[in-house]
Design a binder for this molecule. Structure first.
Ligand code: PGA
Length: 247
């Protein structure tokens, strides 16, 4: 059985002092976690967090990656730069980037491609808004978002991680029920199987108000291979409880 992946997404939170105390508390409790664990930190803190995590089971992730290799792209951070700081995963297409930074399905697909080209595993986020769910469009939306990534990445798609994050569940305290999440995960799994003979090795994460209380039920669904955790990844005890639930 493949190892589950628990990835924290700190979003735009932290400081030199709080990052250090948070990571030290996590490292003290994580032991020899039987799942994969990563934290996606703000890019200015990658060097600090790389040093703090050195030699531990916890891996480093970026919250975004440029779609281009290098050059005149003010404010962007290239995959090759992220690699220099030991970045193993990069979140791409988070709904906050789609919504506030106008990232299209094609941009997200290009970012996933750049990440793979640099040896970074993209964590590709897909998910519907509340209006889309209520209009019965959940499957259509997530399939469209994933199709762009499959189209751009061909057989390399087996190297990605996918995170299903219903937009209405992010930071709202409303979680998809384990059954609702599993239903969408099964759709995504089928779509990936149709695209790649190695689809079963792709980790499908759930994200959206995952917390110590609901993690076990979500993570025990057959097609939920881990979690992308926002708010609960900012509290060491909560994050560690979720990691333990993934064991
Ligand atoms: P949340 O965020 O756990 O705070 O809902 C998840 C995410 O946005 O990745």
């Amino acid at each position: 059985m493949k190892k589950k992946l628990i990835a924290g997404n700190w979003k735009m939170n932290g400081s030199l002092a709080t990052n250090e105390s948070l990571l030290r508390a996590m490292l003290a409790g994580v032991g020899q976690a039987t799942c994969r664990v990563a934290v996606a930190v703000p890019s200015v803190y990658l060097a600090q967090c790389q040093a703090l995590l050195a030699g531990s089971v916890m891996e480093l992730a970026a919250q975004d990656i440029a779609a281009h290799e290098a050059g005149a792209y003010t404010g962007e951070i290239a995959g090759s730069m992220l690699r220099e700081f030991g970045v193993r995963y990069a979140i791409v297409g988070h709904s906050e980037r789609r919504q506030y930074h106008g990232e299209s399905d094609e941009t997200v697909a290009a970012k996933a491609q750049r990440a793979l080209g640099c040896g970074i595993t993209p964590i590709v986020c897909v998910g519907e808004t509340l209006a889309e769910r209520e209009a019965g469009k959940t499957v259509e939306v997530v399939k469209r978002q994933l199709a762009a990534v499959i189209h751009a990445n061909g057989h390399c798609v087996s190297e990605i991680v996918v995170a299903y994050e219903p937009v209405w569940a992010i930071g709202t305290g409303k979680t998809a029920s384990p059954e609702q999440a599993q239903q969408v995960h099964a759709v995504l799994r089928a779509q990936l199987r149709a695209a790649s003979a190695n689809a079963d090795r792709i980790a499908l994460l759930y994200g959206g108000s995952m917390n110590p209380g609901n993690a076990k039920a979500l993570l025990s669904q057959p097609d939920i291979d881990g979690g992308l955790i926002g708010g609960a990844a900012l509290k060491a005890a909560d994050f560690l409880t979720i990691i333990a639930a993934a064991a």
